[in-house]
Design a binder for this molecule. Structure first.
Ligand code: PGA
Length: 221
């Protein structure tokens, strides 16, 4: 069965201590999430990936891991970069092309395509963010997250009807693609999106910082 995807983007939040508290809460409170129907993916900042990975393994938790970014280069002399081969040690997924990367780090379509190819070549699955139905989507992409900029962190999500329309038009252009919605998702509005026939899940930013709210979102999705 095609699972509903729930992706937590923890952005550049949480140090080790805060992350540990978040994980303890997730471990204690996840029993009502139906993991047979849901793929719940946590994307912590790079410095926490190893900790998250070992915590998930040690406690035998059914959560998956993703990164929030990847180098456009393979391994080599690229100071400060983390490449796809390195991510593969911890992650099944990687978010590519988030609007904050496009805006603050000037990542353009060409670079994003290279990042997708790098990830794909190492078996890390891209979750590719677009702001509208016209953003180019590289060929290798099988999961897209539609994230209109006005909805990110604003508390005002897009309407489920419009998100559904955008998802449909992405799917018309590209077969066998899963489209998620992201932007001001919380536990009260999530079902309005995941019940749309063209939406296969959600990408959650702010609301995922509170572990209990993230669990409610995962239950309600
Ligand atoms: P938000 O962020 O849930 O805080 O709106 C979503 C995102 O940036 O992926």
């Amino acid at each position: 069965m095609d699972k509903v995807f729930i992706v937590a983007n923890l952005k550049s939040y949480k140090n080790q201590q805060e992350a540990q508290e978040w994980l303890y809460s997730l471990r204690t409170n996840n029993s009502k999430i139906d993991f047979t129907k849901k793929e719940v993916i946590i994307c912590p900042p790079f410095q926490l990936l190893a900790d998250f990975s070992s915590f998930i393994k040690t406690n035998n938790l059914p959560f998956k891991l993703g990164a929030q970014n990847v180098s456009p280069f393979p391994e080599g002399a690229y100071t400060g970069e983390i490449n796809a081969k390195q991510l593969k040690d911890y992650c099944e997924y990687v978010i590519i092309g988030h609007s904050e990367r496009r805006q603050y780090f000037k990542e353009d379509d060409e670079m994003l395509k290279t990042k997708v190819q790098q990830s794909w070549s190492k078996g890390v699955i891209p979750i590719f963010c677009v702001q509208n139905e016209n953003n180019p989507i590289p060929d290798e992409v099988s999961i897209v997250a539609y994230e209109p900029v006005f909805a990110i962190g604003s508390g005002t999500p897009d309407t489920p009807e419009n998100a559904e329309m955008v998802a449909r038009s992405i799917k018309e252009k590209k077969e066998n693609i899963k489209v998620l919605y992201g932007g001001s998702i919380d536990s009260l509005n999530v079902k309005n999106f995941t019940s749309s026939s063209n939406l296969g899940g959600v990408l959650v930013g702010s609301a995922s910082l509170d572990p209990l709210e993230f669990i409610r979102i995962s239950e309600n999705a």
